[in-house]
Design a protein around this ligand. Structure first.
Ligand code: SF4
Length: 350
């Protein structure tokens, strides 16, 4: 199994290690050298051995590039990040869910694999599996393993209820995710189960968080604060500090993405987020979203004019890129500044 991923990213090239936050920036000539070494079955070049030692305390001396580094191909589409709603089905029934219907359906495995190839071809380095609840999809672990092998940094956005399972945990321990983001719906059974409208949901989430912590997985927690749990906000922050590397709070509830207002009834007026000035958005530019049947849109919320990737192939994404010229979107090509050899926190270009 590979140790590193190297590939183009906007105006530069990066080397990343799955599960590690730090990465290394390269110039094009170094990337070309690495790609040539991969094709020739040569050893990891000295400059990368040094960088891997300094950045991740890894010893790659004497190891071949092939099998150690996934060298991602250049791409004309140049995307960085995508979210993939594998399946809208969910084992919870949250009062504030932005999905109007949570149907248990999606692509068959062969089409999922074809879609993962398209993410690769589009240049996606950061891929988020989401839902519904992605862990309920029967192909999630196979899809995760295949995307990992293709050289992507993976995130699972989950309600945490199946994180404790041996098959899920085992896969994530063997193939480390970039992060696992768990939504927390309360600090007690009473509050959380009333928001999820699912008996036993809090107990399962805590079991998942315990298991993830014991396995040393990189966990982030999103606190979903509503009328059901606002009185437990401090206790929820306490759980987040105990179980996660980072956490964020989310109190501004959205209508369903097809415009139904029902989820807004759960919103707590005390926890509405402050308004910020719109600074532009990477949707359709460096980022896109794909639904359970391969329909690509600019983001999870704006689902107008979807492109059916299973019919168009990856070239269909050019249709999203045409929207780059809308007012407010940043110009194409904004991205990582050119600092050869520097290491730093590895964040998506958005
Ligand atoms: S866990 Fe997420 S997808 Fe499932 S019902 Fe709750 S908000 Fe919706």
């Amino acid at each position: 199994m590979h140790t590193l991923i190297a590939g183009p990213q906007q105006h530069t090239y990066l080397v990343a290690r799955p599960g590690a936050r730090r990465g290394v920036q390269l110039r094009a000539a170094r990337y070309d050298e690495l790609a040539a070494a991969d094709a020739a079955d040569a050893l990891v070049p000295e400059w990368l051995v040094d960088a891997a030692r300094k950045t991740w305390a890894l010893d790659l001396a004497g190891r071949p590039v092939h099998g150690t580094v996934v060298v991602r191909a250049r791409t004309r589409l140049n995307y960085s990040r995508a979210t993939w709603e594998l399946n809208k089905g969910c084992n919870f029934n949250c009062a504030m869910c932005y999905l109007a219907q949570r149907t248990f359906e999606g692509l068959p495995w062969s089409e999922k694999a074809r879609l993962i190839d398209m993410f690769c071809e589009a240049g996606v380095l950061w891929l988020q599996f989401t839902g519904g609840e992605p862990t309920i999809d029967r192909d999630l672990l196979e899809a995760y393993a295949y995307a990992y092998e293709r050289g992507m940094l993976l995130e699972i956005l989950t309600n945490g209820s199946r994180l404790h399972r041996d098959d899920v945990l085992g896969t994530l321990m063997r193939m480390r995710p970039h992060k696992v983001t768990v939504s927390l719906y309360g600090a007690s059974e009473e509050a959380a189960d009333s928001l999820t409208r699912t008996r036993g949901s809090f107990r399962l989430v805590m079991k998942g968080l315990e298991a993830a912590r014991a396995a040393g997985l990189p966990v982030e927690i999103t606190l979903i604060i509503t009328k059901h749990n606002e009185h437990e906000a401090d206790a929820m922050r306490g759980i987040a500090r105990e179980y996660a590397d980072q956490f964020s709070e989310y109190g501004s509830i959205s209508p369903t993405y097809d415009g139904q207002p029902d989820p807004l009834a759960a919103q707590s007026p005390c926890f509405l987020g402050g308004n910020t000035v719109f600074q532009g958005c990477p949707a359709g530019h460096t980022f896109f979203h794909v639904g359970p049947f391969g329909l690509a849109t600019m983001c999870k919320i704006g689902r107008e004019n979807p492109i059916d990737l299973m019919t168009t192939g990856v070239a269909g994404l050019l249709g999203l890129q045409a929207l780059r010229h809308l007012p407010g979107l940043p110009p194409a090509g904004e991205g990582v500044p050119d600092r050869e050899g520097t290491t730093g926190e590895l964040l998506p270009t958005s």
